[in-house]
Design a protein. Structure first.
Length: 148
């Protein structure tokens, strides 16, 4: 699953992007949003909140189901993976505490975050979060998860 995390800073929206550590076997140095895998029988939303906490030390203030599913081909498993996407709003005062999986982070505007992210699916997820959740209160109400 993937988590598109953002916060408001003086009424401007900034997205959290993470840089994978150089010693990671998979995609060292790559910039990404919060990502992770679900444990056996783990609910996708619980996995998303767990990964957010593990990778950044943060907890969500609000949470939404994003009307988008990312996908990719896993060459090692010879399978197509479908990845649910969640959006979370973080407190403006959030202090990121990276896990060893990442070496850096940035809070970026939508345009800067799109340029920083490598995977097209994650760029698309960001656009959908911006369009359907941040800029459209009606849609945001429909997909918000009230208690998570």
């Amino acid at each position: 699953m993937e988590v598109c995390a953002f916060r408001y800073n003086k009424s401007k929206v900034h997205f959290l992007v993470l840089q994978r550590a150089q010693d990671e076997k998979l995609y060292p140095g790559l910039w990404q949003i919060v990502t992770g895998t679900m444990k056996k029988k783990e609910h996708a939303l619980k996995a998303a909140m767990r990964e957010l906490k593990e990778e950044t030390g943060l907890s969500a203030r609000r949470c939404w189901t994003v009307p988008y599913v990312d996908s990719y081909f896993d060459r090692a498993k010879n399978t197509i993976q479908f990845v649910p996407v969640f959006a979370v709003e973080l407190k403006s005062s959030s202090i990121v505490r990276l896990s060893s999986e990442h070496q850096d982070f940035e809070w970026l505007t939508i345009d800067a975050a799109r340029r920083q992210l490598v995977w097209p699916g994650q760029r698309r997820a960001l656009e959908i979060v911006n369009e359907f959740i941040i800029r459209n209160k009606q849609t945001a109400q429909v997909v918000e998860i009230p208690s998570f």
